[in-house]
Design a protein around this ligand. Structure first.
Ligand SMILES: Cc1cc2nc3c(=O)[nH]c(=O)nc-3n(C[C@H](O)[C@H](O)[C@H](O)COP(=O)(O)OP(=O)(O)OC[C@H]3O[C@@H](n4cnc5c(N)ncnc54)[C@H](O)[C@@H]3O)c2cc1C
Length: 463
């Protein structure tokens, strides 16, 4: 293989680049990234980034200037010329996933602020939005996911949270004094954002369509515990009701009166998982509607929640539209076998965009563990190894760290193995047919580490 192109220059893409070099690929490595930044970490965006008072930015390809001729190439989209990132002076450095030494070692061509728009039928050429084509022998699809949006135009004050740009915009809105914040969706991003907003002193209401937040992920017992975290933490939690529409300031009067022409939504705040108007491509209707600022959220049961800031946390949509028309199978992610290999042996997929052996995980750890196996299979031109990682994720809410590992089966029972949910930290084990299949801990790191290790061993033995 002479050229490998990694599409998506974020967490999974960076780990794929590292693995390519670590596994001996010494050819041309091209990194294509739609965002104008070198890889940065997303988990802090809903946590410390929102609550931090200091303002700082990750390396931005549009502001780069030549520093040192020995540093690697990053294409400046604005000028089309090669330039070198000023890492030393990059603000928001704490989000950076890499550093100048590693960038030099990787010896990659970084095409940042550049979107892949297509892949030829055989997976041998990646088309870019600036009209260029990268002829390639192998492709790593690492395009992640985009925040799902409410249908229709978004009034000002309505936010999603996926990118640094999103987080900057939300943080700016949260620094204008006490606000009434409504978070739509009680999933992990919604819960963490609500928690951060409470910590900032805002009045926070979380609206969740299901009877409990995080029900599919954690099951009823632990979902109930998480519902209590909101209440104890200082947020209002409204469950079992969807969102009917957003009210916005009437453009002419600016009176704060609900505009009868405001977007109306379906009966649920859960947008459908199929396309139906929701796309991962920028849509003109996604742009803030400058004609009015949000003033309230109307619920499907008729209640109206006054709001200065609305955060929409209703899940993410895998970024696959650029692959339409290819021979790859796309269905809520790029379909891969257990080794991250798609229907084309020279195309592998990793991270949030990949549906590996039927499962698409949106977890930091999956995005970092899959690339080793995917790259091995890519370089071997066939699947020689499946991914054997145990699913793991964590979440920080209201001062508590929640950790989860393993597979929660639908009819599993939950046993508290250490501590107590009523008093400090605890470890809960999910059991099915007499076997532990998953573990959840709240502020109980050591017992959790032990349980996770045991689950790993059990999974390896069963394989
Ligand atoms: C706010 C937030 C908090 C989180 N907190 C946690 C947590 O606490 N614990 C946890 O386990 N996980 C957490 N996650 C999830 C974790 O961050 C993701 O699983 C991880 O970022 C996935 O990495 P990825 O590289 O697959 O995708 P992404 O990080 O989404 O990166 C994909 C990249 O590809 C780019 N791209 C998309 N389309 C194209 C294209 N056509 N051409 C070129 N580039 C393209 C995108 O712009 C993006 O830069 C959080 C996520 C968010 C958003």
């Amino acid at each position: 293989m002479n050229t490998v192109t990694v599409v998506g220059a974020s967490l999974a893409g960076l780990y794929a680049a590292r693995e390519l070099r670590a596994q001996g690929f010494d050819g041309r490595l091209v990194m294509v990234g739609a965002e104008p930044y070198l890889p940065y970490d997303r988990p802090p965006l809903s946590k410390s980034f929102l609550t931090a008072t200091a303002t700082t930015a990750v390396t931005d390809a549009s502001t780069i200037t030549a520093l040192d001729a020995a540093t690697p190439t990053v294409t400046d989209r604005a000028t089309g010329t090669a330039a070198h990132p000023p890492y030393a002076s990059a603000p928001e450095d704490h989000l950076a996933l890499t550093d100048p030494e590693e960038i030099a070692d990787l010896a990659a061509e970084w095409l940042l602020g550049t979107r892949a728009t297509g892949l030829d039928q055989r997976g041998r050429a990646v088309l870019l939005d600036d009209g260029r084509t990268v002829v390639t022998d192998g492709v790593v699809v690492a395009t992640g996911a985009s925040a799902r949006r409410l249908p229709g135009p978004q009034p000002a004050g309505v936010h999603t949270l996926r990118t640094l740009a999103d987080a900057r915009a939300l943080r700016a809105d949260l620094t204008c004094g006490p606000r009434r914040v409504v978070v739509i969706g009680g999933g992990f991003i919604g819960a963490e954002t609500a928690s951060s907003c409470v910590a900032l002193g805002h009045d926070v209401t979380v609206v969740e369509a299901a009877p409990l937040p995080l029900l599919p992920q954690l099951g009823p017992d632990m979902a109930l515990f998480c519902a209590d975290l909101h209440r104890k933490g200082g947020a209002r939690l409204l469950t079992g009701t969807g969102v009917a529409g957003l009210h916005r300031m009437a453009p002419a009067s600016a009176s704060g009166v609900a505009d009868p022409g405001t977007p109306r939504l379906g009966p649920s705040n859960r947008a459908p998982s199929s396309p139906s108007g929701i796309s991962d491509r920028p849509d003109p209707s996604d742009r803030p509607d400058l004609s009015g600022h949000v003033t309230a959220v109307e619920l499907s049961d008729g209640r109206v929640l006054p709001a200065d800031v609305v955060v929409v946390g209703i899940g993410a949509v895998p970024n696959t539209s650029w692959l339409s028309g290819t021979s790859l199978t796309v269905s809520d992610g790029v379909l891969c076998d257990g080794g991250c290999v798609t229907s084309l042996a020279q195309v592998v997929a990793v991270g949030d965009v990949a549906r590996v052996d039927g499962v698409r995980a949106e977890h930091w750890t999956s995005a970092t563990e899959q690339p080793r196996v995917a790259v091995r299979n890519l370089l071997a031109a066939r699947t020689v190894e499946p991914v054997a990682a145990l699913p793991y994720f964590w979440s920080d809410q209201y001062g508590s760290r929640i950790q989860f590992a393993g597979h929660r089966l639908a009819d599993a029972t939950v046993r508290i193995a250490e501590g107590s949910p009523d008093d400090g930290g605890f470890l809960a084990l999910y059991e099915h047919a007499g076997r532990v299949t998953a573990a959840l801990a709240v502020d109980c790191p050591r017992p959790f580490m032990r349980a996770r290790r045991e689950l790993r061993v059990r999974q390896a033995t069963a394989a």
